[in-house]
Design a protein around this ligand. Sequence first.
Ligand code: 4AD
Ligand code: MG
Length: 481
Amino acid sequence: MFNTRTRIREMLGAERTGYEATVMGWVRSFRNNQFIALNDGSTNNNIQVVIALGMLDEITLKRITTGACIKAIGEVIPSMGKGQKLELKATSVEILGDCDAENFPLQLKNRPSLEYLREIAHLRFRTNTFGAVFRIRHALAFAIHKFFNDKGFVYLHTPVITASDAEGAGEMFKVTALPLDGSAPKNEDGSINFREDFFGRPTNLTVSGQLEGELAAMALSDIYTFGPTFRAENSNTTRHLAEFWMIEPEMAFYDLEDNMNLAEEFIRYLIRYALDNNTEDLAFLAQRLDEEEKQKPLTERSEMGLMEKLDFVVNNNFERLTYTDAITILMESNHNKKKKFQYPIEAWGVDLQSEHERYLVEKHFKKPVILTNYPAAIKAFYMRQNDDGKTVAAMDILAPGIGEIVGGSQREERLDKLLGRMEEMHIPREDLWWYLDTRRFGACPHAGFGLGFERLVQFVTGMGNIRDVIPFPRYPKSADF
Ligand code: 4AD
Ligand code: MG
């Protein structure tokens, strides 16, 4: 057996001394041919491995460079130095992997920029920032399953390859096994004959598991999906990815208000989970953010630090208001009157841009906001039509610093209404016969929402760019690693 190691997090956490232990990890620094700061990714804190003078030969000492991977065995003893309570007094040190010191990009004395680290995403896990971000990402993923499992929801795996376009947005990646060199079989009119393709029809990467989720909810009552989704929109922003993860619960016997209550409880639960379980990593990121803020002019600094912001969200209800009320607030705002919006709000019915969403949460309410009852014309076909004939039972949750973090709705369970809307939006019934069937065979009021996982991780970690909260981001013109 090779792996007999103790994790550094456990070792430092236990504060126990006077026993022999094995540690393995990557060298962060090596001082005076004596003190190794060793990290194994279980925490940002390093264990200090102390090498007695003369214990190792010159050649081995030279191989202990920043980035090298080593195994050390020794006695855990109280530390004399400041900065750590205990250290490992080595009796043996073995180099598991040398690190080419001249070419290793992570030994700059200055803190490397996030932009630069994105170019070396294969190595950025070795930094404190990304160690913290990905441990928190993991904890949130775990908490999501725990939240739903504790409530009796069933985790449903919806397909990644699909022939339907749930959101009707037309921004999908095509999936095909046909040759791309022009030799693909053609129809008489010259178009590609997809009957000859792998699935016998055109297919795409999914933009959402919702429609399939609804089918299962109509038997299992409460389900959720948690998987990757894909959007081919050309959005080069700090909030968009071409491949992102989404959590989509779908509940039978829920109306819009039940839906909002669940979404709010869910988000607050996840943030509290991180505060309770990732205290050290959050404190590290909070400090990092503080330093970043100090570089900004006073007027642009945020009013709250990361921890304060998270505490605030956990302890305060979200503001709930209708789209119509939000439009009134925006229209009457000085910001709008002084033409400070890039897209001025002129009339009811327009889609909200992220500048408007952020004005509402950051300037006006200064807390997360749930907007409801949007105009039908700017929302998907499946949302339940309200009696006013203009709006649908939609809800979006907007978060400070992020904008839209959740999109959801009560679903249209009335077959005639659903068909009417599909016709208006030119969605062929034949394609969705299976979805429509659920409205024929025991339909029920139901609702659901989608939480963008990376936007949640951004909110919790305070990271400004969504590309820094997913291990290997996919965005326009970039699919490295
Ligand atoms: O609002 P969206 O498009 O809603 C749906 O897909 C519904 N089917 C959800 C449902 O009701 N089951 O997307 C939901 C969330 C957004 O609020 C946002 O947080 C995230 O997914 N999202 C993205 N995150 C990163 N990159 C993108 N390109 C995203 N597009 C949406
Ligand atoms: Mg949306």
